[in-house]
Design a protein around this ligand. Structure first.
Ligand code: ZN
Ligand code: ZN
Length: 420
């Protein structure tokens, strides 16, 4: 699949409608009678309406959408009193958690302005982020624990398109970003739902191979990178669609190209450099270089966004440790597009990556029923944050290390070195 050159026969409206259908049928696997909670930027209303229509056709009992608005977010930073930045809408997140406990599915539409808060006081940004993370925790745990089916898809907002293509007019930039979103989301395939079934099968084959290998660690080597990532005891590799605890099979990310598992929070050592910028809550953090010792980041620098990065690392004890490691071939369609999206949903699927913070319980054998103490003993990290950043490229090699300490080539120059 080529993101840039494929001529499009169908209209934008038809493609947008297919994205809505893929989000509901593939992303959520929405079941008849289920409620659905959508969060979206205001600009994404055209897609929200299509998703809502597909959800009701799939038998949804009620679709509720919460819209966010960049200008209103900025107004807070410009005009609110300083003491306001420790406030979050706990009642709203509690309500969402209540909906999930009652069986509602969750859909988020990404498309935020990657640099919205770039000019704001990093301390206020960090306080607002922290307050929101604390308030969101009960709802987020139900999502990361896969109690419910959930998915994230995207909308080409004008601000996001302008960030990616500053040299183009707004219309041309949006058209280019839409082409990339539709291609990466497999919307232009003759039968998008069938294309996703095939893609899920190939990701599942890769997880079967990795789970059979029982590696105890991964070793990444590349420019500025010599990192050994120990894997948690009884870790499981996941990728593509998976069943939630409610029995519904969902694809948590549209698009997705990664296979991923849980590192051991005490067994990460060495240096690693980011290979793509990280857009975090409106701040662009570029050229991250960190050193791990016994699982903890002991040095961290970044060319831009360093203050925000430091505050992120100080969020809590687990923020300096890893909660995820993921492998993505350099030739993945998103990477092959050559585009930098400034959006984690896309950029993390263009490169192998690691995530600071919270681990996914589903990436451990019996993880969703194990106690927090047991999960911690097996190496699963715990934190208010989960932030993916990209460490793979066409210059990075990855070895799998087995229990006897011998290395098996897994990726060479960013490509799989073993058959699935
Ligand atoms: Zn990931
Ligand atoms: Zn992640």
């Amino acid at each position: 699949m080529n993101v840039a050159v494929r001529p499009q026969a169908s209209t934008h409206d038809a493609r947008l409608d297919r994205l809505g259908e893929v989000a509901v049928r593939v992303g959520l696997g929405l079941a008849p009678g289920q409620e659905l909670v959508i969060t979206a930027p205001l600009d994404a209303v055209p897609l929200v309406r299509r998703i809502t229509a597909h959800a009701y056709r799939a038998g949804a009992s009620l679709v509720t959408t919460l819209l966010s608005d960049d200008a209103s977010t900025l107004a807070r930073f410009e005009h609110a009193p300083d003491a306001a930045f420790d406030t979050a809408a706990s009642w709203l997140y509690d309500g969402m958690a209540t909906a999930f406990r009652g069986g509602a599915a969750r859909l988020a539409i990404a498309g935020e302005n990657p640099s919205l808060l770039a000019g704001q006081d990093p301390d206020r940004v960090a306080r607002a982020n922290r307050a929101r993370s604390v308030a969101d925790r009960p709802a987020l745990e139900l999502i990361t624990g896969f109690n419910i089916n959930w998915t994230i898809t995207s909308f080409a907002t004008p601000a996001w398109a302008r960030t990616m293509f500053p040299e183009l007019s707004d219309d041309a930039a949006a058209a280019k970003l839409w082409d990339a979103i539709f291609a990466a989301s497999r919307i232009d395939a003759p039968d998008p739902v069938a294309a996703w079934a095939e893609h899920n099968a190939s990701l599942h084959a890769r997880t079967v191979m990795l789970n059979a290998s029982r590696f105890t660690a991964l070793h990444f080597r590349g420019p500025g990178t010599d990192l050994r990532v120990g894997l948690s005891d009884g870790h499981l590799w996941l990728g593509g669609s998976e069943p939630a605890k409610n029995g519904i099979v969902c694809n948590p990310n549209i698009p997705t190209e990664e296979v991923f598992t849980t590192p051991h929070r005490l067994r990460v050592d060495g240096t690693v450099r980011s290979t793509k910028p990280l857009s975090y809550q409106g701040t662009l953090i570029q050229d991250i270089a960190v050193r791990f010792k016994a699982g903890v980041i002991v040095d961290a620098t970044a060319r831009t966004g360093q203050e925000v990065l430091q505050k992120v690392l100080d969020t809590d004890e687990g923020a300096r440790r890893l909660g995820e490691v993921a492998l993505v071939p350099h030739s993945s369609p998103i990477s092959a597009s050559g585009l930098l999206f400034f959006n984690t949903l896309f950029d993390e699927n263009a490169a192998s990556h690691i995530a600071l913070g919270q681990a996914y319980k589903t990436c451990l054998e019996g993880g969703t029923t194990a106690s927090d103490t047991e999960l911690a003993q097996r190496g699963a990290n715990s934190s208010l944050i989960h932030i993916d950043w990209m460490i793979g490229s066409g210059e990075v090699d990855v070895d799998g290390i087995d229990v006897a300490g011998s290395a098996e080539p897994l990726m060479r120059r960013g490509e799989w070195a073993v058959a699935a």
